[in-house]
Ligand binder design. Structure first.
Ligand code: NAD
Length: 328
């Protein structure tokens, strides 16, 4: 019998969540880790020279075969994505990430990978369930009948089902988490792919440093969301992969805030009050979205619990250091 290797593959290791996952696996004592990303190493969010780092385009099937060789566990966190500003204007690019998950699954099948994690998104949820800021939290069953976010959400929904059918037909243990807005240090905070928490922190910091006491907010500020701190995302992803949860499951915070309340929190941390200019033409996504955590609490007796105030404080401090040192 062939010896089972303990090699863990992190796809998208140069990105925000992938970088944190690698750091956490190392902290837990895992040593045989392969990190793969399309970006040149100098652009990776976190540099971890002690693991095997490969630069590959995972849309390519041969690259996926190289990446999965001798691997026991795969985390697929690689995708061409960003905040609303990016996904509303780059639908074809978002949909092309379907090649990454498809080729990774085929390669995983070929190399007898044992467990495969796929990072899906709350963008799979039907738009007609998210028309009001006064939300009813989204349950996993709300993804069907399907009417997801155009482009990005369709790709995620399709790839979820691909994972399901590879599990049913080929026996790969696939697990799928639907992430709801993840934020934290080492995330993208400028350049067009940043999401609301990082963008608002950066804008408040820039206003503070420049003395221009104004902030532009996308939408009317009344849209509601929940935001999950990165540590909860990393912890929850590993719990879901190790679990017996067969269907895609929400991984998100259930602490609901309006964008205006998020700005209040950041202003308080930055000890500043700004004039708010609402840009009603900017991409703002759905009116309201929250994570129903009934299922994750039932299966894991756990849910993301970091308070938004605490997570934003750490994120703000990190972005402050980046902006004030000119790292952006
Ligand atoms: P990220 O953009 O920081 O990381 C994704 C990484 O994938 C990037 O480093 C990118 O270079 C890499 N990548 C893209 N195309 C590739 C290719 N062809 N080959 C190899 N690498 C490639 O994003 P993230 O925030 O770390 O998100 C990770 C995963 O979680 C993604 O699948 C994303 O859709 C999902 N997700 C994230 C959030 C969030 O709030 N951050 C929410 C829902 C779902």
């Amino acid at each position: 019998m062939e010896a089972i290797s303990d090699k863990i593959l992190v796809c998208g290791a140069g990105g925000f969540i992938g970088g944190h996952l690698v750091a956490d696996l190392l902290k837990q004592g895992y040593q045989d880790i392969r990190g793969v990303d399309l970006k040149p190493f100098k652009e990776w969010h976190q540099h971890v020279p002690e693991i095997e780092n490969l630069r590959l385009d995972l849309q390519d099937r041969t690259a996926c075969e190289r990446a999965t060789r001798d691997v026991r566990i795969v985390f697929n966190l690689a995708a061409d994505m960003g905040g609303m500003g990016f996904i509303e204007n780059n639908r074809a690019l978002c949909m092309l990430s379907v090649l990454i998950n498809t080729h990774l699954l085929l390669a995983a099948q070929k190399h007898n990978v044992e467990r495969f994690f796929y990072s899906s998104s709350a963008c799979v949820y039907a738009a007609d369930k998210q028309t009001s800021a006064d939300v009813i939290a989204l349950k996993e069953t709300d993804a069907y009948p399907a009417m997801p976010e155009d482009g990005y959400g369709w790709e995620k929904l399709f790839s979820e089902r691909m994972c399901r059918h590879f599990r049913e037909d080929f026996g790969i243990v696939t697990r799928v988490a639907r992430y709801h807005n993840v934020y934290g240090p080492h995330g993208t905070f400028d350049g067009g792919r940043e999401k609301a928490p990082a963008a608002i922190c950066r804008k408040v910091i820039q206003a503070k440093l420049s003395g221009k006491r104004e902030i532009e907010i996308w939408g009317d500020g009344n849209q509601t969301r929940s935001f999950m701190y990165i540590d909860d995302c990393i912890d929850g992803s590993q719990r879901i992969l190790a679990s017996e949860i067969l269907e895609p499951i929400n991984l998100g915070s259930s602490e609901l805030v309006t964008i205006n309340q998020l700005v209040d929190i950041v202003e308080k941390i930055g000890e500043i009050k700004l004039k708010r200019n609402y840009n009603l033409k900017a991409p703002k996504g759905v009116n309201g979205r929250n994570s129903d955590n009934t299922l994750i609490k039932k299966h894991l007796r756990w849910e993301p619990a970091t308070k938004l105030r605490d997570g934003i404080e750490k994120t703000y401090r990190w972005i402050y250091d980046q902006v004030s040192s000119g790292a952006n």
